[in-house]
Design a protein around this ligand. Structure first.
Ligand SMILES: NC(=O)c1ccc[n+]([C@@H]2O[C@H](COP(=O)([O-])OP(=O)(O)OC[C@H]3O[C@@H](n4cnc5c(N)ncnc54)[C@H](OP(=O)(O)O)[C@@H]3O)[C@@H](O)[C@H]2O)c1
Length: 256
């Protein structure tokens, strides 16, 4: 039994729910945050039945600054501390520039960037007082370079990379570690909606076990699966003429 207090945003499905199972199995106490109350209650029940896990739920929209601060403050007060935050809540909607949907851009940045940043800011004062803590954010391999029809998502993950990398530098002297997770495709509600070929698509459990193990080692940046991560890193150095020749005009459609 490790008995750490782990707060996970976006715990009602996909990667967040699977990470909750892995931490529950390890004997940790869980704060589960998302908007869908029924899904969180079902997960809470499952974690209690399968692992005897003590978990609390917090219902809120992570992009609502006062709501996420209140929910996290309540969880910290209930448990008396926070050891790990996983800022995982996120959305991915198609955002082709030729359709110029400003609402999608706003939603994506508010949820993926501000939501992750608010959650981190909500735990930092407590972690500083504790002189210990671990903050992780679920970014993406999509944050290295703009991909076709996914500008909002790519921009959000690039922003998250920079925000949390700065955080890592600033918080080191308080013994708070920061991990940035950059997965490729992992089965979830997000990938279920994709209509395009997803190379190296990983089962939810397999992908999340990689994340869990890397977090247990306090790895600073985790990019996987390695062949795709290597390719994406290489693409970063391609000149624009070559990048455009290969990627311009590719359709990146999702089912509604
Ligand atoms: N699956 C992949 O291939 C992949 C790859 C790289 C990165 N990621 C990232 O992994 C994270 C989790 O995604 P997933 O693949 O597991 O998709 P998912 O199954 O759709 O899970 C997304 C989670 O985020 C929550 N969420 C979304 N908007 C929210 C909001 N405004 N406030 C609070 N919670 C919110 C959802 O809960 P509610 O709807 O109940 O609020 C849900 O629990 C995302 O940040 C995503 O960008 C996924």
């Amino acid at each position: 039994m490790t008995n750490r207090v782990v707060i996970i945003t976006g715990a009602s499905s996909g990667i967040g729910a699977e990470l909750a199972r892995l931490y529950a199995k390890a004997g940790d106490l869980l704060g589960l945050i998302a908007r869908r109350e029924s899904a969180l209650i079902a997960l809470q029940q499952e974690l209690m039945n399968d692992y005897g896990c003590d978990s609390r739920i917090g219902i809120c929209d992570v992009s609502d600054q006062s709501a996420i601060f209140d929910v996290i403050a309540t969880l910290i007060a209930d448990f008396g501390r926070v050891d790990i935050l996983i800022a995982n809540a996120g959305i991915s909607v198609p955002s082709p520039a030729y359709k110029a949907n400003a609402a999608y851009l706003t939603d994506t940045i508010e949820t993926n960037v501000l939501g992750a940043g608010y959650a981190a800011y909500a735990v930092i004062p407590t972690m500083i007082r504790q002189k210990a803590g671990h903050i992780a954010v679920i970014s993406s391999l999509a944050g290295y370079r703009g991909l076709p029809e996914a500008g909002a998502y790519c921009a959000s993950k690039a922003a998250v990379n920079a925000l949390f990398e700065s955080m890592r530098l600033d918080l080191k002297r308080f013994c708070i570690s920061v991990s940035i997770i950059r997965p490729g495709f992992i089965q979830s509600a997000i990938t279920d909606r994709n209509n395009f070929y997803m190379p190296f698509l990983q089962e939810t459990r397999v992908g999340c076990q990689k994340i869990f193990k890397a977090l247990e080692r306090h790895q600073k940046i985790i990019a996987f699966p390695w062949p795709l991560a290597q390719l994406v890193r290489t693409l970063y150095f391609w000149p624009c003429w070559l990048y455009d020749r290969c990627f311009a005009g590719i359709r990146n459609t999702k089912r509604p």
